[in-house]
Design a protein around this ligand. Sequence first.
Ligand code: GLY
Ligand code: MN
Ligand code: MN
Length: 359
Amino acid sequence: MDTARIERVRSNLKQAGLTQLLVVDPLSIWWLTGYYTAPMERFLGLYIGREGTPTLFANRLFPDPSGTGAHVVTFSDTEDPIPLISAVCDATSPLGVDKELAARWLVPLMQAGVASSFVLASSAVDDARALKDARERELMRAASAINDEAMGWLAEQVRPGVTELEVAEGLLGTYRSLGAEGYSFSPIVSFGANAADPHHAPDGTVLAAGDMVLFDVGCKRSWYCSDMTRTFFTAEPTDHQRAVYDAVLAANEAAEAIVRPGVTFAEIDLTARRIIEEAGWGPQFNHRLGHQIGLSEHEPGDVSSSHDEPVQPGMCFSIEPGIYLPGDMGVRIEDLVIVTEDGCEVLNRYPKGIQVLGH
Ligand code: GLY
Ligand code: MN
Ligand code: MN
């Protein structure tokens, strides 16, 4: 049990006017208690009340959670956990619930009247998770260092006749040999016009002469995620390709240059967006600039024009502008940054200038 983290969550809860919270995101439970299991359809939850020791509810099929320091309430695989949760909750107060709490649990909890009302309150944990401490920053750096090396390996795989799937399938072993546990998300490998779909899934597309190549990849190491995109050329870029690439690169660099405490997420997004708009491709930059990241690849707190909160030291997020031209090409350049006391640290070191592979 990490009592300092529990107290940060309690402080956030208090600010929201709440005295009790049911956390079910397994990664949040791990972050708060050191206990991790993937419950699938079964119930796993951590109840945090106004004070005292939190209670962990776990199916007895799961690994034994008794070493966590939490009060532990277990139940058999055929037992209904709702009455057990009801016995711990304060029925006279609102209950904060996690955005990951499935309707199959939330509706019975409501019907059982375990609380006076139910309030979406995952931000009490999410806001605490967003501020990475020194050790977490070190782990984020380490995961991105592996990703930088993996990008070098990917660039070496680009040769005539290779397919997207062939390149993607070798990546897992490369990550593992570099010390990562696995992917942080399914890798995106896009040749030619496939890159106009920002989330293209690698398929049997064969690299054609002169195709541009986009890699958006990430690994997990010691629980923490990396996420980086680079776009390469396999022939000297045309003027059109160069203009698109230069606009995306300028947007990436300008956004990274203004990140410091107090600047809002919206200002960072708009800094990048204005550059792409002025270059004439505003509508073709059709997604937010970035997302926070940590134990999950996408964590709450978008880097977008609709998020007016200021960034704070310890926050980690992506800066990933792109331009997508269906039937033609797609370019995205993505780095992770950590906000420091007076600016930001860019975690990815893999070069961003135009690179023609095989030259
Ligand atoms: N890997 C998807 C993204 O960058 O958000
Ligand atoms: Mn990405
Ligand atoms: Mn990303």
